[in-house]
Design a protein around this ligand. Structure first.
Ligand SMILES: *Cc1c(COP(=O)(O)O)cnc(C)c1O
Length: 365
């Protein structure tokens, strides 16, 4: 049995009629940028997260970049960020000229709240928290630290659509929540797109202007903006996806539950789940000491895997200028060397899940 790491067309075919209709209606409408579909999706998504406002954007990276820009975080400012994250989180900071200050992860792969305060200086302006792989970070404690130190709190929710910490959804804890709807994300478009959510009307107005050349009224450019508009076709697709969220999420939970219950192998460490933290299973990430060997074994059995992520941002070539060295963030570096993600996607069959479990259980290290 051949199992790809991901199989995006399964997600399309599942609700094909609805997607086709939404796209064709948009094509026939004659209105393609900033119209009714974007407005509708923004309102639906804000309701879904539980915030007052949402602004649709071009990508998750743009959401991060514009979030810091809207708050005026830039040159000379420091931002606390998990070292164990995708590089986009860090680019949101450095694109504004601010300095990322890396903090090691906890046992759940997320920002370790016990290591934040030792990194706060007089230049610290914000904490960027990432709900990695779909599991909410320890938001109650992190929000308390942000409040006490008068820091902005930004959430990178690119992997955590709908995940809650206690009773509040990720994205609604911070000043701004940043989302990506890249096709592989839990709520994914069929192209690039993203959004921010917020309760603050000033931030909302500012990001709406920033995404559209810095203007509220066409050709009246009040601030230096960019073009980062969510388009009408992706917005229509996203409304369809969002309407099926509960079903899609149930599927992800079912697959992950089986992996958690049925994978039994002394060479494999299963992911841990924090009390009070929701997990929406964007990725199912296990750890093993000899990852190369396990990955080759799975490849030989035609099971696709990926590494999220092999090189932590502080060691990537792009961030040479920050001056970090191997050995500076040992927990993060150890995760980067030992993590491996298993197939988990919309439309994955029971037989495919069973096959993955059986092959892994037969692995002899
Ligand atoms: C996907 C992702 C992003 C970036 O989203 P894009 O839409 O690809 O720009 C940012 N942060 C994290 C944690 C992500 O997984």
């Amino acid at each position: 049995m051949k199992i790809n790491f991901n199989q995006l067309d399964r997600g399309y075919f599942k609700y094909q009629n609805e997607y086709d209709l939404a796209v064709l209606q948009t094509l026939k409408s004659g209105w393609y940028i900033l119209g009714k579909n974007v407005e509708r999706f923004e309102s639906e998504f804000a309701d879904f997260i539980g915030t007052k406002f949402c602004v649709g954007l071009n990508s998750g990276l743009d959401a991060l970049i514009l979030a810091f820009r809207a708050l005026g975080v830039g040159i000379g400012d420091e931002v606390i960020v998990p070292a164990n994250t995708y590089i986009a989180s860090v680019l949101g900071i450095t694109e504004n000229g601010a300095t990322p200050v890396f903090v090691e992860p906890d046992h759940y792969f997320n920002l370790d709240d016990n290591r934040i305060e030792e990194k706060i200086t007089k230049n610290t302006k914000a904490i960027l928290v990432v709900h990695l792989y779909g599991q909410a970070a320890n938001m109650k404690r992190i929000k308390e630290i942000a409040n006490r130190n008068k820091l902005y709190l930004i959430e990178d929710c690119a992997q955590s659509h709908g995940a809650k910490f206690e009773n509040r959804t990720t994205g609604a804890w911070g000043d701004i929540g940043c989302f990506s709807f890249y096709p592989t994300k839990n709520i994914g478009a069929f192209g690039d797109s993203g959004a921010i959510v917020t309760d603050n009307p000033l931030i909302y107005e500012k990001i709406k202007m920033l995404r559209n050349y810095g203007s509220k009224i066409k050709y009246h450019n009040e601030i230096l903006g960019v073009n980062s508009r969510l388009d009408e076709i992706q917005a229509a697709i996203l409304s369809v996806k969002l309407s099926h969220y509960n079903q899609l999420q149930k599927e992800r939970e079912k697959i992950s539950r089986r992996y958690l219950d049925e994978i039994k192998n002394e060479f494999i460490k299963l992911p841990k789940i924090r009390e009070n933290a929701g997990h929406v299973w964007h990725l199912f990430v296990i750890r093993t000491d000899d990852r190369k060997k396990l990955q080759k074994y799975l490849t030989d059995h035609e099971i696709g895997t990926q590494i999220h992520y092999p090189i932590p941002p502080h060691l990537s070539k792009a961030y040479d200028f920050l001056g970090h060295k191997q050995g500076n963030l040992t927990i993060t570096e150890n995760y980067a060397d030992t993590v491996i993600s298993l197939p988990l996607y919309e439309g994955m069959t029971e037989a495919e899940v069973s096959y993955v479990i059986n092959i892994i259980n037969e692995y002899e290290g």
